[in-house]
Design a binder for this molecule. Structure first.
Ligand SMILES: [Fe+2]
Length: 246
């Protein structure tokens, strides 16, 4: 099984995936041990479906069945579709009709962001929900208090209830500070940021357990946040920000 650290490194782009020698258009790549360095990136059509970095049965208020379905069908589906789209894009020539190219590019972005955001979402679950570490202090400094930050994050989540979308706490590299973003689709994320904490607000993330009661799902999400991993993402983003400012 992919370790939490490996999963998160892959999710953040710090470690490249491994291309499968036998992956065809319909073959879902198996989870692979990550390469130590992103030397060659990921070959077109070879994105692997990563294992969950936690035991689903150990979560509070989120059933193992729902998490497993979410992981296999929604996240796994996005990865498989991304691989198919990338293989189709590899066939594009100067003679390919523009409407086909634009459609493929749109799907590429949707599935790419869905893959990335799902990997961050699953990666920041499996904890005890206790806010601690550098992220604790940074949230308080940025938003006035951690209670205020949580109020804003929860309000953004609840605003998406009954629909679809993501709530993302980002380190925005353009501003150099922490920002909360709410989006109604996979491809509406801030263009130059590091996701620190990601909440999936698509109905598939909660309806099986909570029906339309999305507020209960948001409560459960907060009980399972792995803030240690959020802290690790922040440390990595701070390092990148320093490099960008150098
Ligand atoms: Fe999802």
């Amino acid at each position: 099984m992919t370790s939490r650290r490996e999963f998160l490194e892959i999710a953040s782009g710090a470690v490249a995936g491994v291309a499968l020698a036998s992956a065809g258009a319909d073959a879902a790549p198996k989870a692979q041990p990550p390469a130590k360095l992103p030397a060659a990136g990921v070959a077109p059509g070879a994105h692997p479906v990563r294992d969950l970095p936690f035991q689903p049965a150990k979560l509070t208020g989120l059933s193992a069945a729902m998490i497993a379905s979410h992981h296999a069908n929604n996240y796994g589906g996005a990865v498989k579709n991304l691989n198919k789209v990338e293989l189709e894009l590899a066939k594009v020539t100067k003679d390919t009709p523009g409407f086909q190219v634009s459609s493929l590019r749109e799907r590429e972005l949707t599935y790419t962001n869905s893959m990335i955001l799902h990997e961050h979402y699953f990666g920041n679950l499996g904890g005890d929900g206790r806010l601690a570490g550098v992220i604790d202090k940074r949230l308080a400094a940025q938003f006035g208090s951690t209670a205020r930050w949580e109020e804003l994050f929860r309000a953004t989540a609840l605003s998406l209830g009954g629909g679809s979308g993501w709530v993302i706490l980002d380190l925005n590299y353009a501003t150099g500070d922490l920002r909360i973003y709410g989006t109604s689709g996979h491809s509406q994320s801030v263009a130059f940021g590091q996701p620190l904490l990601v909440l999936d607000m698509f109905e598939h993330a909660y309806a099986m357990d909570h029906g339309a009661a999305h507020a209960k799902y948001v409560d459960a999400f907060f009980q399972n946040i792995a803030y240690g991993e959020v802290d690790r993402r922040l440390a990595r983003a701070d390092g990148a920000l320093q490099a960008l400012r150098a």
